[in-house]
Design a protein around this ligand. Structure first.
Ligand code: SF4
Ligand code: SF4
Length: 375
């Protein structure tokens, strides 16, 4: 939505949070917890980790304070919006014995009306990917909880003006500029934000604040930092022919090599903002009179996840890593028309073995020529 661009002075940011709460939103934003920056309930600007910078490398995450007055110098931590829109454990229904019959009670809760504040381009791109997974355009097979949470949610994004060493969103076309989903996009300057409404809902949030219009100089200056971050981002993935490249390399020895390091802990799938594997659990009470069905997050790295007809289909770690990577970068295109990766780099940072998805893809590409000659 093109239109007027506003200035939100930093000393008025709390007014924005208060406005959202007054409008009935549960405000979620970046906060410091347990040595990492995560999305959680955000009541006050004092919770925003101002001046904190994350240092991320394969298998490593550390926060340092850079004493700057900037508020959003950090990049996304381990949690994405997935845990709010698609909770890791969700009660669906309960069944009770009732004489000779059973009584069924739907227990799936109504999702809150979330306002996500300070979210980044890669996480919004991930929401756009998950929309394709969970919301059926014809309305037949949508996930009820996700669709309801998504319909009500408001997204106030901040464009990244810096990046972590593990980020590669620019090569995936998903950041650091926000191209998906946002209702308002904020760009940070020294003492203020430039605020761009991108939807009617976003404009309705900003209008009551009676903000002054931003100048073109302010907008261009803020945009310059974002474009600079995009240009400087070193980590890249070459997407040329990526689907066919992976599918013709299913027997590449690289899968066995990476499996000597991978411990199948499933961390990469837990932190990934687009991974969506889940399974169901039936939990009974001690008397056996009542049972609850829960939907719980699962991972293609768990051997049981591929259990079918009495056997775990993907028994080796190599086959599970191959399944994950080829789904993300190849068959996801067949299923959903887009890549399953948005280049957030979380799977690299939070892998205890420091396995780097960009390095694995490069290695497969590098060995592709010789394999084509052998075939
Ligand atoms: S595969 Fe890795 S880099 Fe890509 S979206 Fe998932 S966690 Fe982020
Ligand atoms: S690639 Fe890393 S994070 Fe993923 S399952 Fe293997 S060891 Fe765990």
């Amino acid at each position: 939505m093109a239109g007027t661009v506003y200035v939100l002075p930093k000393e008025r940011f709390q007014e924005l949070l208060d406005r959202l709460k007054a409008d009935g939103y549960q405000v979620v934003g970046p906060v410091l917890r347990d040595g990492a920056i995560v999305y959680d309930d955000l009541h006050s600007v004092d919770q925003i980790p101002r001046g904190w910078v994350d240092q991320q490398e394969p298998g490593r995450y550390q926060l340092v304070h850079d004493r700057s007055q900037r508020w959003f110098t950090f990049t996304p931590g381990p949690l994405s919006l997935k845990r709010f829109l698609f909770p890791p454990s969700l009660s669906l229904f309960r069944v009770r014995r009732n004489g000779d019959g059973v009584q069924l009670q739907v227990t799936m809760p109504e999702p809150p009306r979330y306002a996500f504040v300070g979210v980044r381009a890669c996480d919004l791109a991930a929401v756009a990917v998950q929309d394709r997974v969970y919301i059926d355009r014809q309305g037949l097979f949508s996930d009820g909880y996700y669709a309801a949470a998504r319909r009500k949610a408001l997204f106030i994004a901040v464009e990244c003006q810096s990046y972590a060493a593990t980020c590669f969103c620019s090569s995936m076309g998903t950041g650091p500029e926000v191209n998906h989903t946002a209702d308002v996009v904020l760009l940070e300057l020294e003492d203020r934000f430039v605020a761009q409404p991108r939807s009617e809902r976003g404009a309705a949030v900003l209008t009551p604040l009676a903000l002054e219009q931003a100048t073109d100089e302010e907008l261009q200056r803020a945009k310059h930092y974002v474009r600079q971050a995009a240009a400087d981002m070193e980590r890249q993935v070459d997407l040329t022919d990526i689907r066919d490249l992976l599918l013709r390399n299913l027997e590449n020895p690289r899968w066995d090599q990476v499996a000597t390091r991978c411990i199948a802990c499933a961390n990469c799938t837990m932190v990934c903002p687009t991974c969506f594997c889940f399974s169901f659990q039936e939990v009974t009470d001690l008397t056996g009179n009542e049972a609850e069905r829960r939907r719980v997050v699962d991972s293609c790295f768990n051997p049981e996840f591929s259990y079918a007809f009495g056997v775990e289909v993907r028994q080796s770690v190599a086959s599970r890593y191959r399944q994950w990577l080829t789904h993300k970068f190849a068959t996801w295109y067949d299923q959903f028309g887009v890549s399953g990766c948005v280049g957030c780099g979380r799977c690299i940072t939070w892998c205890p073995a420091g396995i780097d998805v960009t390095e694995e893809l490069s290695a497969i590409r590098a060995s592709d020529g010789s394999r084509k000659e052998q075939l």
